[in-house]
Design a protein around this ligand. Structure first.
Ligand code: THU
Length: 135
């Protein structure tokens, strides 16, 4: 199954009774395994979580920490872009050149990289640790 198909399928399970905006995300980890997530909203709105966060949590729970490919899909007029917080979450586990395929249910797509999405990312270098590989 392609990453796009996985994201499209999991989107059906999104819990979005407040925004009615269902999002599906799929990440391929270094092992080749695909992890999926959907947005899960809450009546206390800030407690809702994004699709990307769910996919990343599933990957980490399975014992992986390296993303090599990302796909996000929603029923939006233009390709859905990860929110600011999710860009930082993706950057935590991805090299800058990792591609993010942003898709729509109706077809239009755009492919960017994690570095494109988060220029000037906050990273280890800012903490004065290591060589700043994470940004
Ligand atoms: N949402 C995601 O799950 N991922 C994104 O990349 C953008 C936004 C969700 C959060 C909320 O449940 C709904 O979409 C509307 O903002």
């Amino acid at each position: 199954m392609s990453l796009l198909d996985a994201a499209r399928d999991v989107r059906e399970n999104a819990y979005a009774p407040y925004s009615h905006f269902k999002v599906g995300a799929a990440v391929r980890a270094a092992s080749g395994t695909v992890y999926v997530g959907c947005n899960v909203e809450n009546v206390a709105y800030p407690e809702g979580t994004c699709a990307e966060a769910g996919a990343i949590a599933a990957m980490v729970a399975a014992g992986e920490t390296e993303i090599i490919e990302v796909c996000v899909i929603a029923d939006s007029p233009t390709p859905v872009t990860p929110c600011g917080g999710c860009r930082q979450k993706l950057a935590e586990f991805s090299r800058g050149e990792v591609t993010v395929r942003m898709a729509t249910v109706d077809g239009p797509e755009q492919v960017v990289t994690v570095a494109d999405l988060l220029p000037g990312a906050f990273g280890l270098g800012h903490l004065g640790q290591g060589h700043g590989e994470k940004g």
